[in-house]
Design a protein around this ligand. Structure first.
Ligand code: NOJ
Length: 535
């Protein structure tokens, strides 16, 4: 068993930390985070136990979608620094034994990318077919009913060349035509550029959007649509996303990554489980980790979470490595979704489930979504659908480092405001408080790193009810029992068919720690424990 387990690769055993670069640390006093700022904070991450960092886009971009609209895939945006700064960051990351992942955005470019400028210049430009151009219907309307994720139609009329182009996101983000081999080759070269530099992998943006139905059929209505939802959800995007041919493209990307040593590809995919797992590919020809957003999208209810975990475990292909995510830059933060007390339970869950965990910057100090007044909203998703409260800004606010000006993030006015409570809720104050969520994260990470059972051991569900979920993790003769109370009321764990004895190793409320337990444990509301089972 031990030898089997030792074959695990770094991306299976280590923890990934997502940095939203605009908001992590500003080093040059312009109110926006940058690469040198990240370098300044690497020691913090190392101390926390982080081994891999994924940085959201840092490339040249008009910033219509804050970097997810790229105008040069191999250039660094001056806001974030220079290529020399990047090289230094990569060297500093590697010096600490850590890994660096970048964001690859292959589905679309900026409308200012030279490829698109050429493509739109005339119908017979050699790059015309690099994007998705279509004639209007005879009545002059859009070629089909596809919608943009950011509101309105997905088609933009081009006056000069008298055709529509398709954009699944902003009109400033035209979708590339991935059926064109030249596009494929160009993007594989982008990957090689960064892999040659020595980065350790990519998180790949909306990988499931890359190929569209070749007949451009209308998407059907979504019978479950509710008016409070994103307008994009009015239709089921069955013809504009997740087409069978996408797997050939993913396999192509995997082959590029496999030409290098131990690089990882992580796919951003919002799909039901049975579709999500197809992105592992046949015989490991897909991405190494299709991001598993089940904990992001499921209601925080013990029975539902227990089902989600078991369904996910049961859906994985035999050679598919699991992974878990609690928050990211597109969704509400975990502390805001489940509350402060349950955020500690969520941390224990994330760091004891089987599979690679991804931590979103600031979650480790329990940062909450920050209310952003309407006149300060920056996110196009929020600006385009102002009545729906869809802005992603609240989960993208500056990291709260200390109680000094602007939380130590920047001497200048930050690009997004800080919450009024940053003087209390920040890294510095939490480091001094042994009971802080930051210290809970640190201890959970440390235990996970020390224990093969938690890093890579078997997962066995034990019992769940309307308050509790519980499971064991075991490897090489060591077992842990994890019992989590997802409710605010006391809960009594006494499973009928499972006996155990052991000692509480870590508890969300540390008073329970070192308590010997046998066959049952009583938990207060919001209490969770990791019990080391006696041999
Ligand atoms: C997914 C990214 O995570 C999101 O931030 C972005 O707006 C869209 N893709 C478009 O690139």
């Amino acid at each position: 068993m031990q030898t089997e387990q030792q074959k695990n690769l770094w991306w299976q055993e280590e923890i990934i930390y997502q940095i939203y670069p605009r908001s992590f640390q500003d080093s040059n006093g312009d109110g926006v985070g940058d690469l040198r700022g990240i370098i300044q904070r690497l020691d913090y991450l190392q101390e926390l136990g982080i081994k891999a960092i994924w940085i959201s886009p840092i490339f040249e971009s008009p910033m219509a979608d804050f970097g997810y609209d790229i105008s040069n895939y191999t250039g660094i945006h001056p806001l974030f620094g220079t290529m020399e700064d990047f090289d230094e960051l990569l060297a500093e990351v590697h010096k600490r034994g850590m890994k660096l992942l970048l964001d690859l955005v292959p589905n679309h470019t900026s409308d200012q990318h030279p490829w698109f400028l050429e493509s739109r210049s005339s119908r017979n430009n050699p790059k015309r077919d690099w994007y998705i151009w279509k004639d209007p219907k005879p009545d002059g309307s859009e070629p089909n009913n596809w919608l943009s994720m950011f509101g309105g139609t997905g088609w933009e009329w081009d006056e000069k060349t008298q055709q529509f182009y398709y954009h699944g996101f902003l009109k400033e983000q035209p979708d590339l035509n991935w059926r064109n081999p030249e596009v494929q080759e160009a993007m594989m070269n982008v990957m090689r550029f960064w892999l040659d530099k020595g980065i350790d992998g990519f998180r790949i943006d909306v990988i499931f959007h890359m190929i569209k139905d070749d007949q451009f059929r209308n998407n059907p209505q979504n019978p479950d649509y509710q008016p409070h939802m994103n307008k994009y959800d009015q239709l089921l995007p069955i013809y504009s996303t997740d087409q069978p041919e996408v797997h050939d493209i993913v396999a192509m990307m995997r082959q590029v990554a496999d030409d290098y040593q131990e690089r990882v590809l992580i796919g951003e995919i919002y799909l039901p489980l049975h579709k999500l797992v197809t992105y592992y590919g046949v015989n490991q020809s897909g991405v190494h980790l299709p991001f598993n957003f089940q904990l992001l999208v499921s209601p925080w209810d013990s029975q539902q979470i227990a089902i989600v975990i078991d369904q996910y475990e049961g859906s994985l292909p035999a050679d598919g490595w699991p992974n878990w995510v609690l928050s990211n830059h597109d969704q509400s933060r975990i502390s805001s979704r489940v509350g402060k007390a349950q955020a500690r339970i969520a941390a224990m869950l994330l760091l004891t489930l089987r599979g690679t965990p991804t931590i979103y910057y600031g979650d480790e100090i329990g940062m909450r979504d920050v209310p952003i007044p309407a006149e300060e909203v920056q996110d196009p998703q929020g600006l385009n659908m102002p009545d729906l409260n869809l802005t992603r800004d609240p989960a993208r606010t500056p990291m709260q480092w200390d109680d000094s000006t602007n939380a130590g993030f920047s001497p200048a006015k930050p690009w997004l405001r800080l919450p009024p409570d940053f003087k209390r809720i920040n890294v510095k104050s939490q480091l001094q408080n042994p009971f802080s969520i930051l210290n809970l994260y640190k201890r959970l990470i440390k235990l996970r790193q020390q224990e093969l059972a938690l890093k890579a051991g078997n997962y066995t569900p034990i019992f769940s009810d309307k308050q509790i979920i519980s499971y064991t993790r075991a490897a090489a003769g060591t077992s842990f029992l994890i019992v989590l109370n997802l409710s605010h009321r006391p809960a009594y764990f006494k499973p009928q068919h499972f006996t155990f004895s052991g000692v509480v190793e870590i508890a969300t409320y540390p008073e329970l720690e070192n308590l010997p337990v046998k066959d049952y444990i009583n938990l207060g509301g919001d209490e969770g424990v990791i019990i080391r089972i006696d041999n």
